[in-house]
Write a protein that binds this ligand. Sequence first.
Ligand code: 2DT
Ligand code: MG
Length: 212
Amino acid sequence: HSAESRSRGAFILLEGCDRTGKSTQAAKLVERLQTLGHSTKLWKFPDRTTRIGQMIDGYLAKGEDLNDHAVHLLFSANRWEAVEAMEKHLSAGTTLVVDRYAYSGVAFSAAKGLDLEWCKHPDRGLLRPDLTLFLDMPIEESMKRGGFGEERYEKLTIQTKVRELFLQLREPTWVMVDATQSIESIHKELVHQSEKAITRVRDQPLQHDLWL
Ligand code: 2DT
Ligand code: MG
């Protein structure tokens, strides 16, 4: 590597329905990649800490009602407001492990009945993930896991629709991961895929062409 073309980090996305282990795996993945010597940071959408994120949290966790289209745009805005910071980290060589992104955005809103193409529009031109790891398992299995039912969307009917929509949004490059496996075997697979992606994209420009 020449001094001018310092290698960039990879944008690694974990997607999937609720209770498939995304957050557990994201945290373990970050820790492991760091141990392996890769500068790595955990990222999460929605980011409930911003002003927009607080409106989203009111909607998800506090039962505050918002128009379906309006809340969809808030979730998208919550990604756009993070773009510069994400680019800065990636360009500086830090890999981002991102827990949910625009695929969740479209899947959940379309599951409520919004038009799929309308849903994709506000996220067009966002950073495209370098690697999407889709954690998949039957909804009946994930429903058995603890913590379900505390927030909006944590219901069987909506989760079933969300899974169908994720599978419609699936791209050929996605890596489908059987989320019913043990935490350790899923972890190993994610580490392996992530290291390949980090090597593959280090000299590639960032991609700002989601759904373009
Ligand atoms: P967490 O449980 O992961 O915090 O997600 N969601 C998420 C959307 O409806 N649109 C989005 O753009 C994103 C990123 C998925 C909270 C819920 O928010 C949903 C579950
Ligand atoms: Mg949740």
